[in-house]
Write a protein that binds this ligand. Structure first.
Ligand code: FES
Length: 101
């Protein structure tokens, strides 16, 4: 799937992968603001992204553990996800993630 990241300083990075998580893809492409400090186990929120409203259904909503973690972040919104909790699949083709931090 081809995935696009938009950083806080409006840099647009498009990357492609068929496996792994969205966080791993971002880290591999040096997307600024996605740090993945906890290694993808849903406990740091340094991989926080905002989805576009129209992509919410495609990507899905956070489970309870992820939602609890997101609550601790000041910039949480109804379109928030932790990108380490989003596995890459063909369904994500064309999705745009806005980096929060
Ligand atoms: Fe730590 Fe996603 S990488 S919560």
């Amino acid at each position: 799937a081809k995935i696009t990241f938009i950083t806080q300083d409006k840099e647009t990075i498009t990357a492609e992968a068929n496996s792994g998580s969205v966080m791993e893809l971002a880290v591999n492409h040096n997307v600024r603001g996605i740090d993945g400090d906890c290694g993808g186990v849903c406990s740091c929120a340094t991989c926080h992204v905002h989805l576009q409203a129209e992509d919410m259904e495609k990507v899905g909503r956070p489970n309870e553990i992820e939602a609890d973690m997101l609550e601790l972040d000041d910039n949480v919104s109804e379109h928030s996800r932790l990108s380490c909790q989003i596995p890459i699949s063909d369904a994500l083709d064309g999705v745009v993630f806005k980096v929060v931090n």
